[in-house]
Design a protein around this ligand. Structure first.
Ligand SMILES: [Zn+2]
Length: 611
C-alpha cells in the first residue's frame, strides 16, 4: 500500500475534478464484439453530459476488488481517441495507463486487447479478459471500460453487439436483448465491475436451489465439460452451503465457467487457474481435464463453494478499503485472514458438515494446508496482517497463496476458541453473521477496529488470539485445537517406508504416450530414454493413470514386493524388474481420531460436523 501510493503520487497529473450538473448523467459504453478483429474489440464510451474537467482523466483500474494484485488494465487499451460535443478530435495522452484528454470530451473511442493472450502480463485469468473473435469473450468490464475521475458512482448503460448465435451469460441487469445486441444497466462503475459476462455459443443450465435461482454457463473448447454435468456438481455443493448458512443470502446467482483445453496450455504457458467472486456471480478458469471425474468434481466443488461463500466476506462484510475501492491507488485492508482465510475454512466446513467430505478428510485437508504453508515459510513466517496490507508489494505478492493455507488453519483455531470461550453458544460463523447485521455491504467497518469488535462480541481474551496469531507471527496451537474436537496431532513422526534407489524418471510432457525422456543412468529397473511404459505390475499404463501408477509402484511403493514393468523398445517389449528397499521416512503434521475422546470433545465434534 505505501509503496504503491508513492509510485502513483510521482506520476499524478493534476486534473480538475469532474462535476456533472444533472444526476441523470450516465455513461453509455458500446462494446462491439460482432466486428471483432485480430482478437481486438472496438469500444465507444459516451461520457456523462455536463463534465467540467479540463484536462479530463479517464481512469482504467490498477487493481479491482478481490484480486489483491496490481494489474494495470490500461495497458490493454490502445488507439485511444477523444472527441468534443461538436465532433472535433481532442488531444490525448496516456499517463500511468490512464487516458488523459486535453479539453472536455463528449466521447472516447479505443481498441481493447485481451489480457489472456499477452504473454508475461501476470494477470490472473479469472480477473482478466478473453477476446477470441469466433469462439469466446470473457468480459471483466474493468478491462474494457473506466470512468472519468470523480464519477465512478454514475450509472452505466452497456450495449454489446454480438456475433450471430452467441449468448451473453451474466448477472448484470439486462434491459434489452435482440439477435444482434444486448443492453445492460449498472448503477455504478463498481456494480459494472462486479458483474462479468461471458459470450459464446450457449451451454447453460438453470435451476432452483434452496431458494436461489441459479444459472450455470459453460465454455469448454473440446466440449469435455458440459453445463449439465457441472450443474450436477454445483447443486449438492449449494445444498451443503445452504445447510451451513441456514438461509441463502441471494435470490439469483450465475456461475460462469471457462474450461481451458490442453491446446491452450501448450500455447500460453502462464495460465493461472482459479476463480473470482462477485456479489451475485463468480467466474471460473479451470482446466478441461478429463471431464467430470472425481478430481474434476472435487475441484469444481471446492472452488464453487469458496466463491459462493465470499458472499459473507468480503461481499457483505468489509472495511472501507473495499467498500470505497480506489481503482487508481488501491489501499489494502488488513483482513485477508477474514476474506480469504475464513472463506476457505467455511467451504471446507460446509462440505464436512454435509456429506460431501468426511470429518477425517476435513482434518487431513487442514494438515495438507500446514504442510504447504511450510514451503512458503521456509525463509520466515509472516503476520497475516502484514501480508494483507503489503500484498501489492512484489515480495509479499509472491507469498500471497499462503493465505489459502495459513488462513484456514487460523480460522479453524479461531472457531474452536470462540466455541470454547462461549461454551458453544457462539461460533466463528455466528459472530460474522452478527457483524454482518451491524455492518453490511453499504456500511463498512473501520479496518483497525475489527479485532476489538470481534472480542467485544465474544470474550475479552479473544483479543489475545488476534494479537498473537493474526497480527503476530506465532502459529495457532493446532494440537490443542484438534484435541478440542477429538483428534490427536503429531508434529513429526517416523514411519516405515520403501524406496528404490535411483528411480527419478521423467515422462514426455508434449505427448500423451508415457515415453521416458529422462532417467538416472544407473536406475534400479534399467529404464532407457525412449522406453514406452506398457504395463506396471500387470496394469495397462494409459495417459490418464500414468502418474498414479508411477506414484503407487515406483515413487512411493507400499511394500518390499518386486515390481515388474513392461516397456516397449525398438527390439520389442521387455520386462524390467526391481525390488524396493525398506527405509524410514519422516512425516509432518499427522492426525488420528482420539480413541477415547472427552465428552467435551465429542460435543464439539458434533457441533462442528453435525454428526
Ligand atoms: Zn477467495
Amino acid at each position: 500500500m505505501h509503496c504503491l501510493r508513492l509510485l502513483a503520487v510521482a506520476a499524478v497529473l493534476i486534473t480538475a475534478p469532474a462535476l456533472a450538473s444533472e444526476n441523470a448523467s450516465s455513461y453509455r459504453i458500446t462494446i462491439d464484439l460482432a466486428r471483432c478483429q485480430n482478437d481486438r474489440v472496438h469500444v465507444r464510451v459516451d461520457l456523462p453530459r455536463g463534465l467540467t474537467c479540463n484536462p479530463c482523466r479517464y481512469v482504467l483500474p490498477r487493481s479491482v476488488p478481490g484480486t489483491y494484485s496490481l494489474d494495470r488494465y490500461g495497458r490493454f487499451v490502445v488507439d485511444a481517441r477523444a472527441y468534443d460535443s461538436s465532433g472535433a478530435e481532442l488531444p490525448v495522452t496516456r499517463d500511468d495507463d490512464d487516458i488523459v484528454v486535453t479539453g472536455t470530451p463528449a466521447w472516447l473511442e479505443y481498441q481493447v486487447n485481451d489480457t489472456w493472450d499477452e504473454p508475461n502480463t501476470d494477470v490472473f485469468n479469472p480477473t482478466g479478459s478473453n477476446i477470441e473473435c469466433d469462439t469466446n469473450f470473457v468480459l471483466n468490464f474493468h478491462a474494457f471500460a473506466g470512468y472519468i475521475e470523480g464519477t465512478k458512482h454514475y450509472r452505466y448503460t452497456v450495449v454489446i453487439t454480438k456475433p450471430h448465435g452467441f449468448y451473453g451469460a451474466t448477472s448484470l441487469q439486462r434491459i434489452a436483448a435482440s439477435d444482434s445486441a444486448d443492453t445492460f444497466s449498472a448503477r455504478s462503475y463498481m456494480e459494472l465491475v462486479d458483474n462479468p459476462a461471458m459470450y459464446c455459443r450457449p451451454d447453460t443450465v438453470s435451476f432452483d436451489q434452496s431458494g436461489t435461482r441459479v444459472m450455470v454457463a459453460v465454455y469448454s473448447p473440446n466440449r469435455v465439460m458440459r453445463a449439465e454435468s457441472v450443474a450436477s456438481v454445483i447443486k449438492p455443493t449449494l445444498a451443503a452451503v445452504a445447510r451451513l448458512l441456514g438461509k441463502m443470502p441471494v435470490e439469483r446467482y450465475t456461475f460462469l465457467f471457462y474450461f481451458a483445453g490442453r491446446q491452450q496450455r501448450n500455447i500460453v504457458g502462464n495460465l493461472s487457474f482459479g476463480a473470482l467472486e462477485h456479489s451475485t456471480s463468480s467466474f471460473y478458469f479451470l482446466p478441461e481435464g478429463r471431464g467430470a471425474d472425481r478430481t474434476g468434481e472435487e475441484m469444481i466443488q471446492s472452488t464453487a463453494a469458496h466463491e459462493f461463500l465470499h458472499i459473507l466476506v468480503p461481499l457483505h462484510l468489509h472495511s472501507n478499503e473495499i467498500a470505497d475501492f480506489d481503482f487508481r491507488n488501491p489501499r489494502m485492508s488488513r483482513h485477508l485472514w477474514l476474506y480469504e482465510g475464513c472463506t476457505e475454512y467455511f467451504q471446507m466446513l460446509a462440505r464436512a458438515h454435509d456429506t460431501l467430505m468426511t470429518p477425517d478428510a476435513f482434518v487431513r485437508e487442514l494438515m495438507g494446508n500446514l504442510r504447504m504453508m511450510r514451503v512458503f515459510y521456509r525463509q520466515r513466517s509472516v503476520s497475516l496482517v502484514e501480508l494483507s496490507q503489503r500484498v501489492l508489494e512484489p515480495e509479499y505478492q509472491k507469498m500471497y497463496p499462503v493465505i489459502y493455507m495459513h488462513g484456514p488453519v487460523v480460522a479453524f483455531c479461531l472457531d474452536v476458541t470462540i466455541r470454547q470461550l462461549t461454551n458453544g453458544q457462539k461460533t466463528l460463523l455466528s459472530t460474522i453473521r452478527t457483524l454482518m447485521e451491524k455492518y453490511g455491504p453499504e456500511r463498512p467497518f473501520r479496518d483497525e477496529a475489527l479485532f476489538d469488535e470481534f472480542s467485544d462480541l465474544v470474550h475479552p481474551s479473544l483479543r489475545d488470539f488476534f494479537r498473537r496469531y493474526v497480527e503476530g507471527t506465532e502459529l495457532p496451537p493446532i494440537a490443542e485445537c484438534l484435541a478440542a474436537i477429538g483428534y490427536r496431532y503429531t508434529d513429526s513422526s517416523t514411519v516405515e517406508a520403501y524406496q528404490f534407489r535411483n528411480t527419478s524418471i521423467m515422462l514426455s510432457r508434449t505427448s500423451d504416450t508415457p515415453v521416458v525422456v529422462m532417467r538416472q543412468p544407473d536406475n534400479d529397473f534399467g529404464f532407457r530414454n525412449g522406453d514406452t511404459l506398457v504395463r506396471i505390475n500387470g496394469i495397462l499404463v494409459t495417459p490418464e493413470n500414468k502418474y498414479d501408477l508411477l506414484s503407487a509402484y515406483i515413487w512411493a511403493p507400499r511394500s518390499s514386493d518386486t515390481v515388474a514393468v513392461i516397456v516397449r523398445r525398438a527390439e520389442g517389449e521387455v520386462e524390467l524388474r526391481a525390488a524396493p528397499q525398506p527405509t524410514q521416512r519422516t512425516v509432518r503434521h499427522t492426525v488420528s481420531p482420539d480413541p477415547a475422546p472427552t465428552p467435551q470433545a465429542r460435543f464439539l465434534y458434533r457441533e462442528f460436523f453435525g454428526k
